[in-house]
Design a protein around this ligand. Structure first.
Ligand code: NI
Length: 170
């Protein structure tokens, strides 16, 4: 396994729509393993493939507690089947936007259909943090980021800050 570099704001790759994965093969499984290693090292609870500059419809997550056994999940071509009526606010961060958090209110439960690492169709019911993480990562597949939930003024401020930082690093 290998740790991959995580791209950050304002990298335009983050704003594109990720493409379907047509075939789940060894390369896909290697990417999943690398993404999990990258996510655990960050550390983070979720990562979309586009965040490692691979604009494909794939996300990994693990919401287990630190002292618990790991429960890695990989969702390929995920689709929401059902969203719950109740909502849940959560202060979300993003590995592609370091040091920024945004409180976002999303459906508290959902059912998602996806293809697993063996290429099999699966359905998963999720609530709590897992439901939040899945929705956050699925937003990435559409090029949507947590800062899009801010007012335009606040969003522009964050983007400007990251553009300035990116210039400074060059
Ligand atoms: Ni994110």
């Amino acid at each position: 396994m290998a740790k991959l570099p995580i791209i950050t704001l304002p990298d335009p790759i983050l704003r594109g729509r990720s493409a379907e994965i047509e075939q789940v093969d060894d390369a896909t499984r290697r990417l999943i393993d690398d993404m999990l290693e990258t996510m655990y090292a960050a550390p983070g609870v979720g990562l979309a493939a586009v965040q490692v500059a691979v604009p494909r419809r794939l996300l990994v997550c693990d919401v287990s507690d630190k002292d618990e056994e790991r429960r890695p999940l990989a969702l390929i071509n995920p689709e929401i089947v059902r969203l719950g009526d109740r909502t849940r606010p959560y202060e979300e961060g993003c590995l592609s936007i370091p040091d920024v958090t945004v409180e976002i209110e999303r459906p508290a439960s959902l059912t998602v259909r996806y293809v697993d690492r063996e290429g099999k169709q699966q359905e998963l019911e999720a609530d709590g943090l897992l439901a939040t993480v899945i929705q956050h990562e699925m937003d990435h597949l559409e090029g949507k980021l947590i800062i899009d939930f801010l007012s335009r003024l606040k969003r522009d401020m964050v983007v400007r800050r990251f553009k300035k930082q990116a210039r400074g690093a060059m």
